[in-house]
Design a binder for this molecule. Sequence first.
Ligand code: NAG
Ligand code: NAG
Length: 595
Amino acid sequence: MDGLNPDRHTIKLVHWPQDNHPSILAFEAFILIPHRTNTLSHSRSIAPRKVSQHSWSLVQKGSTGVNAMQLVVVSQERVLIIDKVEHNPLTIDGHPAWASEYNLLTHAVKPVRLQSNSFCAGGSFLGNGTLINVGGNPVVEDHTGAADFGDVNGLQAVRLYHPCDSVDGECSFYENHERVRMASPRWYNSVVRISDGSAMIIGGSIKGGWINNATVNNPTIEYYPPKSIHGSKGNPIHIPFLQETVGANLFPIATSLPDGRVFIAANQDAIIYDWKRNTEIRLPRLPNGVRVTYPMAGTGLLLPLSYEDNYTPTILLCGGSTVDDKTASYEISSQTPASSQCVRMVLDEGGIKKGWEVEQMPQARLMPDAVFLPTGQVVIINGAGSGISGYGNVKDQVGASNAANPVLKPVLYDPLLPPGSRFSSEGLPSSSIPRLYHSVASLTPQGNIMIAGSNPNLDRSEVAYGTEYRAEWLNPPYMGAQRPKILNYKNVETIPFGKTFSLRVENCGDKSQGRGVFMDLGFVTHAVHMNSRMVYAKIIQTADGLWSITAPPNENVYPPGPAWMFFLCDGIPSEGKKVIIGEGHSPPVDEAIAH
Ligand SMILES: *[C@@H]1O[C@H](CO)[C@@H](O)[C@H](O)[C@H]1NC(C)=O
Ligand SMILES: *[C@@H]1O[C@H](CO)[C@@H](O)[C@H](O)[C@H]1NC(C)=O
């Protein structure tokens, strides 16, 4: 084929199986789709990716000690795992633990002390690098009561955890329910770090249940530290959208946008919320009746932001179900097919006018996890082919699971390729471990994906879809390649917005293309990847092995707080290095309402 630029192109073979000769492959068309940058919605450069002799691998290694309902990477070698109060094998203070710290380098796990029931909390880092874990459940007396576990009600809990970045540091949660708590009870709330480095806590129910309803709905937001804005005096602020979407609207999919506003999707609708003005703009309804938030759990990501198109935001939502949230539980089956739909929209005036662009994943998925690789590709992994989130509610339960038909093979989504060619499963390994309700996946600083959890049960259980403690590691091909290495780096440096600084990099030759990204690996639970973010940085080579890289320009593009910096050489990423973007200050405290 003549006239093709050296770049990535797509060959499509179209084959219609013949009924009478099922074994014959008859090609009806052979289509070559040359890659041209101007066919994309963004003028982004795709880094040439070295065709590598390495392949994907999936390795089962390690045990999480508690079920991995919530997971967050807290330092170069540590992952914090948070569960609900239940009979886990790992113990602390003479009772089963419900949180643990997993060491990425040694695979050792140790229990972490919690006072309150963290079932099902949300979380976020603040601008000063402290993690908050908020909301949860009351004490569940009949199975996992306070007599056995010593736990307290977690519905209004604020649990503070400051990561210790030294290898042998001991870090622990701070809980003081008299002094530090939310203004209202929240079960299944989402958390977003906003442009002043504080956390916006969104929605939830005032008590545990399943599909949300008007009696238990908490259609409000509040902030941590509390803010007295819009006359709230630190009390919850009513959000009409969270009232109107009642039903499948728990664990909203939310993200800070590069103009400081916040995108929120719930049920089959979405808004852009301006927290400074307390106004919401309704976006077009999600197409084809797909509901994307709990219990029809889909997943969502703000696609990578780049200086190359002035940080134009595109939102991606994948999976979920078309089951009506007014359907009685006994009419919903674990076998009801999930949705394979992904939708995306550019969140500027032109993009909103154009509306949602619809794509189909190769397989339907409920409760998928969407995980960025430093290459800008998204791994969609975990979940079920049918049913609905939760346990003990619907007909045809498998064990207690409301969902069935685990999807065992991940799929790769490349947002920069033209529609119709973005999904690929080629070379991706299948697992034998179902990862259903209460499972997670996250990128690690090392660059691979940690997969853990699944527990569609009231308490630890051995029945089909039992409580799963085995961790798995999905290694992209670059894990086996010679990788670039950032040499001049001090642990957790604070990098002011817009600052240009110098990186000394090994294993990246003179003629190579270098890229830099700042990533938030997110707080992961229930298919929601709170604060997951990826921002491309301006970078130029200044000398052999020396690169000059510029931090994100302002607090809207990257809300102040922790980030992982990766350097990519011809598409092969280094390990991530933890930095704090901004000043590292604690978020503003409103003295008038501070107690
Ligand atoms: C609302 O949800 C709660 C919690 O699941 C449940 O106890 C209650 O019966 C529901 N109310 C209605 C009217 O469905
Ligand atoms: C970060 O800010 C929060 C909220 O004000 C505060 O509770 C926490 O102690 C701060 N962390 C550090 C390390 O100062």
